[in-house]
Design a protein around this ligand. Structure first.
Ligand code: HPA
Length: 273
């Protein structure tokens, strides 16, 4: 077995010895978006620091534990706090928990993130369901020897986000009077926010939002055959012409304000899985 597969085996054995479950849904919560965890009846919460081979989260606004609990009558794995490339983790470390979830039996992965809007029709506080992404500005986590036990060398990326789940989300939003945008998420490394010229370029390239997470996790999830659903909370607008200083505090504040809509959406989506 490869080093990676050995580590994954150790990690999953450790988790399974703590809790035995057939949960098939995994959720990774983004910056300032950890409150969904409060809606979950927690069976078990394991600090990342205790899990063999797990990276440890350092950024403000990110908790750090893997939880198993019940949401909308379904058992779910939840990561409150994720790992980012800009923190200094390798793409393999950033995506390690996704592979762990896969080996624990997760088939559907739900992701949330805070993102900058570059579509002029967007406002701060909007939710954008991700229909597709642009990953070329980030390091592909599948570079290197392929792990055949996890997935194929050249994964198809024609449907990185499940169309069925996007349609369900739109229906849930319509039923609950929530306005839901759809769009293309552009992954960047950060940690700088983009320059004015970069926000414009991202829009010109076909992006509707830009953020520092999600894309690498998505690629690894698709590689191992999961269906993925992801939503961005638009926390700032990169393409405003007026003075447009963006701070992490502003991003967290906007995420907090939009969070109840996101929580409702995720709860209803999980109920229908
Ligand atoms: N750019 C990149 N990442 C982000 C942004 C942004 O404007 N807002 C929240 N995360």
């Amino acid at each position: 077995m490869s080093v990676l597969m050995n580590q994954l085996a150790e990690t999953t054995a450790f988790i399974k010895q703590k809790i035995n479950t057939d949960a098939s849904v995994g959720i990774i919560l983004g910056s300032g978006l950890g409150n969904l965890a409060n809606e979950i009846t927690i069976d078990c919460s394991i600090p990342y620091s205790e899990i063999p081979h797990f990276p440890v989260s350092t950024v403000e606004g990110h908790g750090g534990s893997l939880m198993l609990g019940e949401l909308s009558g379904k058992k779910v794995w939840v990561m409150s706090g994720r790992f980012h490339y800009y923190e200094g983790y390798t793409p393999q470390q950033v995506t390690y928990p996704v592979r762990v979830m896969h080996l624990l039996g997760v088939k559907t992965l739900l992701l949330s993130n805070a993102a900058g809007g570059v579509n002029p029709a967007f406002s701060v506080g909007d939710l954008m369901v991700i229909t597709d992404h642009i990953s070329m500005f980030v390091v592909n986590p599948l570079l290197g020897k392929n792990e055949d036990a996890l997935g194929t060398r050249f994964p198809d990326m024609s449907e990185p986000y499940s169309k069925v789940l996007v349609a369900k989300a739109m229906q849930i939003a319509a039923d609950n009077g929530i306005q839901l945008k759809q769009g293309v998420y552009t992954g960047v490394t950060g940690p700088t926010f983009e320059t004015r010229a970069e926000y414009k370029m991202i829009h010109a390239l076909g992006g509707d939002a830009v953020g520092m997470s999600t894309v690498q996790e998505n690629i690894v999830a698709v590689h191992c055959g999961m269906q993925v659903f992801a939503t961005s909370v638009i926390t700032d607008l990169g393409i405003r012409e007026e003075e447009n200083v963006i701070t992490h505090e502003e991003v967290l504040q906007a995420a907090k304000e939009a969070e109840p809509k996101l929580t409702l959406l995720f709860k209803a989506l999980v109920a229908g899985l």
